[in-house]
Design a protein around this ligand. Structure first.
Ligand SMILES: Cc1cc2nc3c(=O)[nH]c(=O)nc-3n(C[C@H](O)[C@H](O)[C@H](O)COP(=O)(O)OP(=O)(O)OC[C@H]3O[C@@H](n4cnc5c(N)ncnc54)[C@H](O)[C@@H]3O)c2cc1C
Length: 84
C-alpha cells in the first residue's frame, strides 16, 4: 500500500513551484507538486539576465540544491544537464 500523505502541496510547477519543491524534497519534506496544465509549456524568450543567474546559484548553494544553480549559467547547464 502506498503512502499518499504529504507535508506540503504546491500548486503550479513553474520555476517558482519547482524550485520550492526541490528544496523541500531535498530536506526530507514529503512534497506534492500539482500542475494544472501540461509540460512542455509554451516558451518564448529563454534567456536569463545575469542577476537571475546569480540568484539561482545563490539559492542552490544556500538550500543545498546545486542543480538549481546549474540552470543559472550556460556552462553549468551544458556540463551537468545537456548540451541540447
Ligand atoms: C512570453 C514570456 C516570455 C518570457 N521570457 C522570459 C525570459 O526569457 N527569461 C526569463 O527569465 N523570464 C521570462 N519570462 C518570465 C518567466 O516566464 C516568469 O517570471 C516565470 O515563469 C515565473 O515563474 P512562476 O513559477 O512564478 O510562475 P509560472 O511560470 O507562471 O508557473 C505557474 C504554474 O502554475 C500553474 N497553475 C496556476 N494555477 C494553478 C492551479 N490552481 N493548480 C495547479 N497549477 C496551477 C500554471 O499552469 C503554471 O504552470 C517570460 C514570460 C513570458 C510570459
Amino acid at each position: 500500500m502506498t503512502d499518499d500523505r504529504y507535508d506540503v502541496a504546491i500548486l503550479g510547477s513553474g520555476i517558482g513551484g519547482s524550485m520550492l519543491a526541490c528544496i523541500l524534497a531535498r530536506h526530507g519534506v514529503r512534497t506534492l507538486l500539482l500542475e494544472g496544465a501540461t509540460h512542455p509549456r509554451f516558451t518564448i524568450g529563454e534567456s536569463l539576465i545575469p542577476e537571475t543567474g546569480i540568484r539561482l546559484r545563490i539559492i542552490g548553494e544556500k538550500y543545498g540544491v546545486p542543480e538549481i544553480g546549474w540552470i543559472g549559467a550556460f556552462h553549468r547547464l551544458r556540463d551537468n544537464v545537456s548540451s541540447n
